[in-house]
Write a protein that binds this ligand. Structure first.
Ligand code: UT7
Length: 332
């Protein structure tokens, strides 16, 4: 949606990365790969892996507590909790209600998950902004969380090298009317690509069975080359739309905070969208691809390290399974 007068703004951010780190060399002892192959094809050097006792909602709660603290709010100030994830604690109920429980929110605020894969956080921002714009909510918690180490096939070297675990969170509230906040969100899907990045089994189409387990069809399956080509085009177009629909040029953008899919995808996006290279915030070497968590993790790292200053223009952009993708322009 295009608009120039922000209704909502980000009041606080937080992120959580599990302490256990799996380097490329560690991984090469499990599957037939190498540090050199992974670095040259993806830019990834390591990934964080959740502890066995950790669930997605635990990681989400850790990131959310930091975001609430930064926003100066208490859990019961929240009017809605939105979680973007493809790796919830359970298929039912939503990861968001476990997060509500763990944060100690007792006000019965609506809490639900969004399934937009790597674009989950940007979709969540769009929904939260619409809630605030419609006066449905005042304070909304938006989280991207993924525990991908439990949904990827550790025998499939073409996927397992890419992904990691983590969570990022942002608390949104009404804008101050000074032009700062969520300026626009643009959200897209292309269902013709649904089977290029998916988990075939375990849903109603192919319920769990001995065969599904044996064929390992309950893990992520990816047509890597198709994702790659589509992602470069779609992410750069969405970033361009965020810039142009608000009457800005690439030079007006202070930071692009892209989904950390793959460094080569980001290089392609950089070349196409015209924002200077040094204004892309990249952390993929340390965190790998954390799907919906990647944009809010980057955002929180950039905010806490003092890179983001008041009044700066930020572009968020991401694409993932669906394919679903989108962008947001945020004036900080
Ligand atoms: O959030 C969105 C999530 N997805 C993505 O961002 C994925 C986008 N796609 C990609 O990043 C790339 O397609 C990959 C990194 C996944 C794969 O790179 P590629 O250049 O497309 O490799 P490929 O699948 O064409 O495979 C090339 C070769 C094959 O060997 P042969 O058949 O040429 O002998 C693969 O078997 O590389 C082999 N290969 C590997 N070798 C070492 C595939 N994975 C590995 C590996 N280590 N981990």
């Amino acid at each position: 949606m295009d608009r120039n007068i922000p209704a909502s703004r980000i009041l606080g951010t937080g992120h959580y990365l599990p302490s256990q780190v799996l380097t490329n060399d560690d991984l090469a002892r499990r599957v037939d790969t190498s540090d050199e192959w992974i670095r040259s094809r993806t830019g990834i050097g390591q990934r964080h892996i959740a502890a066995p006792e950790e669930a997605s909602s635990d990681m989400a709660a850790a990131a959310s507590r930091l975001a609430l603290e930064a926003a100066g709010l208490s859990p019961n100030d929240l009017d809605a909790i939105i979680v973007g994830t493809i790796s919830p604690d359970k298929r039912m109920p939503a990861c968001a209600v476990y997060l509500q429980q763990k944060l100690g929110v007792t006000n019965n605020c609506p809490s639900f998950d969004l399934s937009a894969a790597c674009a989950g956080f940007i979709y969540g921002l769009g929904v939260a902004d619409a809630f605030i714009r419609a006066s449905q909510s005042r304070y909304v918690l938006v989280v991207g969380v993924e525990l991908l180490s439990r949904v990827i096939d550790w025998q499939d070297r073409a996927t397992c090298v890419l992904f990691g675990d983590g969570a990022g969170a942002a608390v949104l509230g009404p804008s101050d009317g000074d032009g700062r906040g969520i300026v626009s969100t643009h959200l897209y899907s292309d269902g013709s690509k649904a089977n290029d990045l998916h988990i075939p089994g375990g849903g109603t189409l192919m319920p769990f069975s001995a065969e599904v387990l044996e064929r390992r069809e309950y893990y992520v399956r990816m047509n890597g080359q198709e994702v790659f080509k589509y992602a470069v085009r779609a992410i750069s177009r969405a970033a361009g739309t965020a810039i142009e629909s608000n009457g800005l040029t690439p030079n007006d953008i202070d930071w692009v905070m892209p989904h950390q899919a793959n460094k080569r995808i980001l290089d392609g996006v950089r070349q196409r969208c015209g924002v200077p290279k040094e204004r892309f915030f990249i952390n993929i070497e340390e965190t790998a691809n954390t799907s919906s968590a990647s944009v809010p993790i980057v955002l929180d790292q950039a905010v806490r390290s003092g890179h983001v200053r008041r009044g700066q223009n930020l572009v968020f952009c991401a694409l993932g399974g669906g394919f679903s993708w989108g962008s947001a322009l945020v004036r900080w």
